[in-house]
Design a protein around this ligand. Structure first.
Ligand SMILES: *Cc1c(COP(=O)(O)O)cnc(C)c1O
Length: 421
């Protein structure tokens, strides 16, 4: 790796300098963006290899280019590890990222104009679950379910009546701002009743499922899509896992339906991440993520900070600042100045606009990768509360003071894959 880095510095000092600064920033900050993590040095190394030089359209044994002697076994290893880790019949590891993986599902099971049922974006769903600005909302008829105002969680009576009324061909469950466990069996019952394919989008929680810290959709959803870079702690990429009956349709949709050559450097890094995710250490990691999220939610709750659904069962907490006089964007920017990184986010039934909403989304996957535990979570909860209060009063001095405290903690918890102190 040193050679590559010195080559980069010699060829392009400007980019090399920016990468070095980003590495330092990732070392110095408390990273609470729920979709982010720190990959291991091994995963990082696999992504920066000569595999990026190779074209391999097709699948192992059926490629459109020669020279696949080493690419085929790499992709076969990634597939075998995905199947064994999640206990599924079939895995496609070629989707470039989570959004293209979901698009491949539409291509496999729907024609333009067909109906899809998914969670609304403002309620915690993803753009690719049929949001109006997404290709999935423009080319398909999208119907959306939400969460209940009183509980902050989905209402299966609502989902069932929407499914019976609109007869979707595909139902998506899962989302991008869902702080609670997903009841896959209840979704499966509704999908079976209307003859829909149930797709579980586990982009955020794949690592928790792999580590046994969240129930698995396997046996309930016949198709599962996931990114590989969130709690699963792999490179930026995606996978589609499915029952044998859908294998051919999924493979055809990914290639040649949607994509060209697979990103072999990413495939190799996915294989490495899946090997890591099959270890006892990773099981402990997945459970620690959830314990940390619960501890952080408890601390926030004790300080009167509102959370959608009142807490967290997974890695994610959705803070509702409606009662704090500080909108999400101002709070997120103040936290960033203190070295605590998160994102502003809409909360269900938000009275503010999507680019200036009332919520903050935080998650514990990255801080848990640094070995932080329940004590650090209590401290982070206190800092979040104090920074939001300071931001409301324009008290920049307190924010600066907390920033110094943050750096004294981050320096004590080295992050995987990061070479600077
Ligand atoms: C992150 C995410 C995606 C999309 O992943 P990208 O890699 O950003 O395209 C899809 N679905 C859900 C639920 C997600 O959280």
């Amino acid at each position: 790796m040193t050679d590559v880095r010195s080559a980069l510095t010699a060829t392009d000092p400007e980019i090399a300098g920016l990468i070095a600064s980003e590495e330092q920033r990732q070392a110095d900050t408390i990273r609470l963006i729920a979709s982010e993590n720190y990959v291991s040095a091994a995963v990082l190394e696999a992504t920066g290899t000569v595999l990026t030089n190779k074209y391999s359209e097709g699948y192992a044994g059926k490629r459109y280019y020669e020279g696949q002697q080493f690419i085929d076994p790499i992709e076969e290893l990634a597939i075998a590890r995905a199947k064994s880790l999640f206990g599924v019949d079939h895995a496609n590891v070629q989707p470039y990222s989570g959004s293209p993986a979901n698009l491949a599902v539409y291509l496999a099971f729907l024609s333009p104009g067909d109906t899809v049922l998914g969670m609304g974006l403002a309620m915690g769903g993803h753009l690719t679950h049929g949001h109006a600005v997404s290709a999935t909302g423009k080319w398909f008829k999208a119907v959306h379910y939400g969460v209940r105002r009183d509980t902050g969680v989905v209402d299966f009576d609502e989902i069932r009546s929407l499914a019976l009324e609109h007869r979707p061909k595909v139902i998506f469950c899962g989302g991008t701002a869902v702080p609670r466990t997903i009841d896959y069996a209840s979704f499966a019952t509704i999908a079976a009743e209307v003859g829909a394919v149930l797709v579980a989008d586990i982009a955020h929680i794949a690592g928790l499922i792999a580590g046994g810290a969240h129930p698995s959709p396997v046996g309930h959803a016949s198709v599962i899509t996931t990114t590989t870079h969130k709690t699963l702690r792999g490179p930026r990429g995606a996978m589609i896992l499915c029952d044998a009956e859908h294998a051919a349709a999924i493979d055809k949709a990914v290639f040649p339906g949607l994509q060209g050559g697979p990103h072999n450097h990413t495939t190799a890094a996915i294989a490495v991440a899946l090997r890591e995710a099959a270890t006892d250490d990773f099981k402990a990691y997945a459970h620690a993520i959830v314990a940390n999220s619960r501890a952080l939610a408890t601390e926030l709750g004790s300080r009167g900070v509102d959370m959608v659904s009142g807490g967290s069962d997974n890695h994610l907490i959705l803070i509702d600042l409606t009662n704090r006089d500080v909108p999400g964007k101002i709070a997120a920017k103040a936290l960033d100045r203190a070295g605590i990184e998160c994102n502003y986010n809409a909360v269900p039934f938000d009275t503010r606009k999507p680019f200036d909403p009332s919520g903050l989304r935080i998650g514990t996957a990255a801080v848990t990768s640094r070995g932080m535990g329940v004590d650090e979570m209590r401290q982070i909860g206190r800092w979040i509360d104090e920074v939001v209060t300071a931001a409301g009063k324009g008290d920049e001095e307190s924010i600066t003071k907390i920033g110094a405290e943050v750096r004294s903690v981050t320096s004590a918890f080295p992050a995987p894959g990061i070479t600077v102190a």
